[in-house]
Design a protein around this ligand. Sequence first.
Ligand SMILES: Cc1ncc(COP(=O)(O)O)c(C=O)c1O
Length: 384
Amino acid sequence: MTLMAEPAAGRFGDFGGRYVPESLVPACAELAAAFRDAWADKTFRDELDDLLAVYAGRPTPLTPARNLSGELGITLWLKREDLAHTGSHKINNVLGQALLARRLGRTRLIAETGAGQHGVATATAAALLGLTATIFMGARDIERQRLNVFRIQMLGAEVVPVTSGSRTLKDATNEAMRAWVADVDDAHFLLGSVGGPHPYPWMVREFQRVIGNEARSQAPSLPDAVVACVGGGSNAAGTFAGFVDTTARLIGVEAGGGAAMTGGAPGVVHGARSMVLQDAEGQVAEAESIAAGLDYPGVGPEHAHLGAIGRAEYRSVTDAEVVAAIHRLARSEGIICALESAHAVAWVLRAAGTAELPRGSRVLLTLSGRGDKDMVTLSEGAEA
Ligand SMILES: Cc1ncc(COP(=O)(O)O)c(C=O)c1O
């Protein structure tokens, strides 16, 4: 199975598509054509690869988690996206899309952010390429991820608080899409995950594929299981892309309160048909998670498809397991990861030594980001 090709009509099996207001259809079509061209253009690819290397610090290392491996009776390798510039995998996609926006003659970037990592990455690329950036962020996330709000502002971007709904990522994405409709000729909507209308799920996965490609060549042997946290699903999609044609199990770990794959049903959110948490009338339900980046009721359509065909498996963990996992990783390996990434760690801690992940398993886990932004949340009583 290979995921190289553009999904026909933006569909991944029964999922995906382009469910947007008519005014956005030309912009989506133009973006798909531009990405297709750029991705086949050596000059574009070279410029992106160069930025990823000399600016973002790629390749990120694959670190053997020796202490935890010994404690758990498995072999655990960590793909260190926390060491990429700005502190998470978000920069991979942002640099790609920002170069594309410049190629399209756009002068302004519009983005949504939950944990703030995508907002920071977008503000960073805007500063680098001389673009302006407007970042929509839920008021609740502004409070709990305030370090990243300061970073975004320091980089010269504007943060627009969103006070509707649950005041989190879903609502920020709604507002960002509205702002895009209003400024579709000058602005590029720089979506931070593998959701949204075609071409975003495909394009963002391609920009994140670098994680999986690097990890595949860095791993000393083929892992039995490849594990990543899933919010919208971009770090997982990028990681899985490097292993989907192997026998490795692919395991995405969601937040218990945002488990669209295991607790949702097919529906449409933010322009794509996918798995969505919803009420009996099909209204999108509120998610609830300690991790702002996973506090989202949907998931990218490719995950819905990989789940439906049984190629990837999805699990969820609780906030309490996540907090315990962040502390355990810190004490065992000297790595403070993001609350989002700690979901993947929490599942490994739970599964290791059981039938889910027998002793002796080789596990490759993408550590999507670093935990600095979460010190406020963790110090305000979220004890292990
Ligand atoms: C560190 C980190 N990991 C994971 C995520 C979730 O996004 P995705 O599922 O698209 O990788 C976020 C989102 O904000 C994040 O900041």
